[in-house]
Design a protein around this ligand. Structure first.
Ligand SMILES: C[S@@+](CC[C@H](N)C(=O)[O-])C[C@H]1O[C@@H](n2cnc3c(N)ncnc32)[C@H](O)[C@@H]1O
Length: 352
């Protein structure tokens, strides 16, 4: 019998009609990869991510640049499903420790449970519910002066994206929440309630390079004032309505990309992602031991620009001794097997 984290209420398994469930909650086999490996293998082979899981991106490339050794102190600043952490941990044993930070209180306990089941004890794997911008405090609380290795894999996990209750995806109906930490701040629909048209245009351009920002923003304001844009579907419909003014050929060429970008832009704002990233990049060198290595995976130009600029500035200041000029990107094979890797870029730096 499989065990669940203590305190998890017993729930009857949801039933579905037919062979291939489409809804997140009905994909119970995918939620339990350890019990249904064949189902999970089939889903992965079809280029998808099994529901409730996440596939680590650029894993071999990340392991290569981190040059892990036994006794290393590692910080995984974005623990997620623990995909990168699980691969890192065997390299730092014996004697190493990994602190896994995540701001998501929904997924973090599940990941902790999974890693404990895999045999990583509290001496070796230390989960931490926090924003990664608080890294200096987290190190101090663990009586550490610095880390040998820091990894950050920015953005959303597949568990967050695929769970309609989190409101991250326009592909399923859900409340327009978009918060990684639902106990902090306000949901996206509430945040949007107070924005004027110009502010929306600015955030669409700044956070997602949205070329149709000036067409989309007035329609969003109109629909918001009419229906509140409280759900993922209402926001997606509003963007689609705005795009009706585009020439048909361009609209078809764009497909769902503008909707994805609008969700991204609002998510970045609601979670204050750029503020957290800027703070993290600033404090990084003080959190690394001498010759410490940092690797950061980004997923859009707003993130990559900031990481590149910070690493280059700190290289010129002599704080880092090396960084990559050319970003590392996923191979075609990885993209084919996991399309969510498509826009990933890896940058790394070494502390002097
Ligand atoms: C792409 S996922 C990481 C996946 C992980 N590398 C793996 O292989 O399973 C990014 C994770 O970072 C978390 N996150 C994003 N911004 C954060 C921040 N500022 N502080 C802490 N966690 C953050 C998200 O909640 C999410 O779980």
């Amino acid at each position: 019998m499989d065990s669940l984290p203590e305190g998890t209420p017993h729930r009857r398994r949801p039933r579905y009609k037919g062979k291939n469930p489409r809804d997140f909650d009905y994909k119970y086999k995918e939620h339990r990869p350890e019990l249904y490996p064949e189902t999970v293998d089939k889903v992965i082979a079809s280029g998808k991510t099994p529901a409730g899981t996440h596939r680590p991106i650029l894993l071999n490339e990340v392991l290569h640049v981190l040059r892990l050794q036994p006794k290393d102190v590692v910080v995984d600043a974005t623990l997620g499903y623990g995909g990168h952490s699980c691969a890192i941990l065997p390299f730092i044993l014996p004697g190493g420790r990994l602190i896994g930070i995540d701001s998501d209180p929904v997924e973090l306990p599940k990941t902790e449970f999974r890693l404990r089941q895999l045999g990583f004890s509290p001496e070796v794997f230390i989960p931490c519910h926090s924003n990664f911008a608080a890294l200096p405090k987290i190190l101090a609380a663990n009586e550490l002066h610095g880390a040998d290795v820091i990894i950050a894999d920015l953005g959303l996990s597949s568990m967050q994206l695929d769970n309609p209750a989190r409101g991250f995806s326009f592909k399923s109906e859900g409340s327009l929440d978009l918060r990684m930490n639902p106990s902090k701040g306000v949901p996206a629909w509430q945040y949007l309630a107070n924005l004027d048209q110009e502010t929306i245009i600015e955030l669409l351009i700044e956070n997602a390079d949205e070329p149709h920002a000036r067409i989309i923003a007035p329609i969003l304001v109109e629909d918001r004032d009419r229906n509140g844009l409280r759900t993922t579907t209402l926001l997606a419909q509003s963007v689609r309505r705005a795009l009706l003014t585009l020439p048909k050929a361009l609209r078809e060429l764009e497909g769902d990309a503008p909707i994805r970008r609008v969700f991204q832009a609002i998510r970045i704002e609601v979670n204050e992602e750029f503020q957290a990233l800027q703070a993290f990049l600033r404090i990084l060198p003080t959190c690394l031991n001498k010759a410490g290595r940092v690797a950061i995976l980004t997923f859009h130009s707003g993130e990559d620009r900031r990481v590149k600029k910070s690493f280059q500035q700190q290289m010129r200041a002599g704080i880092y001794s090396a960084t990559n000029d050319e970003v590392t990107r996923p191979s075609l094979e990885e993209i084919r097997s996991n399309p969510r890797a498509t826009s990933a870029k890896l940058r790394w730096a070494i502390k002097s």
